[in-house]
Design a protein around this ligand. Structure first.
Ligand code: FAD
Length: 482
């Protein structure tokens, strides 16, 4: 008779490298059953772009299991606890290994898995597959949690970051009895009804190998210079674009961290670039740290006072922002890139977020929700923390009165308008002088370039100077009430 199997649950750790679940399996000789659970409570919370990414990734991961180890990745639908309970009964498995998760809902589910299934003869083990450090283990000298990034990250850097594990060069035993598995094509997630997600396939290759290749190319070509170039949105490879792969665990943070350190050791001239890049990985850690300590971070401002901020929430302006028809070219370019590719550079995310919250006086949660739906890297921790940062209501946030000017930001980071020309094609032939303020073009030039403002491209939906002063007045009044 075959030994009792071990169940391996995969969710946002869709890879073989740096995979502590597989390392643990090597301590035993038992056969394994890898599974992905389509738990409607979890999947319904994902936006359409994330569902698209995850769906394609599961397909790739299933093929990877088959070709590397000739083992089926089992797919099942239902409440996670019930699915695992059923599988334990069917297979007589005696161990379940899972990657840790950090949102409120996922933590509740994982606690139920532990409470209901960890009993005599069954071992449930959770592994850190997602972060460099367990948030519970990082404390300040008084033993409290950090609220500010810099001391948090300094403390992290005093700790040892373990070596990342290579993909096991080993033959795993599959479970040798037939097990039912859903057919992936029967999973009708929201993205399958949404026509817009189909175009995302033009921009992304989804697999662990694609993620590792992206990292290698970034380290070779773009890490040197990252410190200066990461905001130059018109250049083709200013940042790594690893965010969706990190979100879904096709690459591990430890792998990235260690590879960057090795690259820095080989080339001492890139210390500053390397450290700046590692600091961004540090911001990801910090976002998860905050989410762990403030599980409602996606729903409420960390600075509770901001619950009463007098936003106007004009839904017609929100729609213009979402569609990239605000009449501010840099904002429209960013929002249209998001709709086309499911991604946007960090600089653009800051500019469009500031515009929504301060120029349009719309609550950051509307922006967060739109990003959740449209970003392929929509990340519960990074997204919530970043929106709160721009809104000035996070623990370590940009002050509210810091308001980005969409025109000067455009001129600074896309000086010739290359980025704008790419994503707002109706403006592509405009002289550089007018690319950031097309409404200033004399009518004769508008006719010459076939861009009549108000007809071919919108008038600006607000006056930035007026709105800036209004936002500052709101802020002063709000502060005065505190
Ligand atoms: P790189 O510059 O190559 O950085 C490497 C990695 O570091 C990123 O992949 C990411 O995991 C991490 N990182 C970089 N910048 C940040 C940051 N400011 N905060 C936290 N982690 C960071 N990032 C997401 O991953 N998911 C989101 O949903 C998300 N929403 C955001 C919303 C707003 C309003 C803003 C201002 C930022 C948001 N970010 C989010 C952070 C950042 O913009 C992206 O991580 C980054 O643009 C991804 O591109 P990259 O992989 O090329 O980054």
């Amino acid at each position: 008779m075959q030994q009792q199997p071990i169940i391996l649950v995969f969710y946002q750790n869709l890879r073989f490298h740096d995979q502590p679940l597989l390392l643990e399996v090597l301590q035993h000789t038992q056969p394994i059953i890898p599974i992905f659970i389509n738990d409607p409570k979890v999947i319904e919370r994902l936006g359409e772009a994330s569902q698209w990414w995850l769906y394609q990734s599961i397909r790739a991961f299933k093929q990877q299991w088959k070709s590397a180890y000739n083992i089926e990745l089992i797919l099942r639908t239902g409440d996670s606890v019930r699915v695992l309970q059923q599988l334990l009964q069917e297979t007589n498995a005696n161990k379940i290994y899972l990657g840790k998760r950090y949102t409120k809902l996922e933590r509740e589910i994982d606690e139920r898995i532990y409470e209901e299934l960890n009993r005599d003869g069954i071992t449930i083990k959770f592994f850190n597959t997602h972060l460099l450090f367990e948030p519970a283990n990082i404390k300040n000298q008084q033993g409290n949690s950090f609220q500010i990034f810099t001391p948090f990250w300094k403390t992290c850097l005093t700790k040892t970051i373990e070596a990342d594990l290579p993909a096991p060069d080993h033959i795993f035993n599959g479970y040798n009895q037939p097990i039912n598995s859903d057919d992936l094509s029967d999973w009708k997630w929201g993205h399958s009804q949404a026509a817009w997600t189909r175009k995302l396939a033009n921009h992304w290759h989804l697999s662990e190998l694609a993620a590792l290749n992206k990292l290698a190319i970034f380290l070779k070509n773009s890490l040197a210079g990252y410190n200066n170039n990461r905001d130059l949105i018109a250049s083709p490879s200013f940042s790594s674009q690893l965010s969706p792969y990190l979100r879904w665990g096709q690459i591990s943070a430890k792998k990235i961290f260690n590879e960057v350190i090795h690259t820095m050791e080989r080339d001492p001239t890139i210390q500053q670039d390397g450290n700046t890049f590692l600091k961004e990985i540090g911001w990801r850690e910090f976002s998860y740290y905050l989410l762990y300590h403030h599980p409602s971070m996606q729903e409420v401002p960390l600075n509770k006072r901001f619950q009463d901020f007098p936003y106007e929430n004009n839904l017609s302006l929100l729609e213009k922002w979402q569609k990239g028809t605000t009449g501010f070219p840099i904002i429209d370019a960013g929002m249209r890139q998001l709709w086309l590719e499911g991604w946007m550079p960090n600089r653009l995310r800051m500019i469009v977020a500031s515009f929504l919250i301060k120029d349009l006086l719309i609550n950051w949660q509307f922006g967060q929700a739109w990003f959740i739906d449209t970003l392929v890297d929509a990340d519960p921790a990074n997204n919530a923390n970043s929106w709160q940062w721009v809104a000035g209501c996070g623990t370590d946030a940009s002050p509210y009165f810091r308001i980005f000017n969409p025109i000067t930001q455009g001129k600074k980071f896309d000086s010739e308008g290359k980025y704008i020309r790419k994503y707002v094609p109706e403006l592509k032939d405009l002289p550089t002088k007018y690319i950031h303020q097309p409404w200033e073009m004399p009518i004769t030039l508008q006719e010459e370039y076939n861009v009549i403002i108000g007809k071919d491209y919108p008038h600006p939906i607000v006056d930035h100077t007026i709105q800036k002063n209004k936002a500052l007045d709101c802020w002063k009044e709000f502060k005065g009430k505190g």
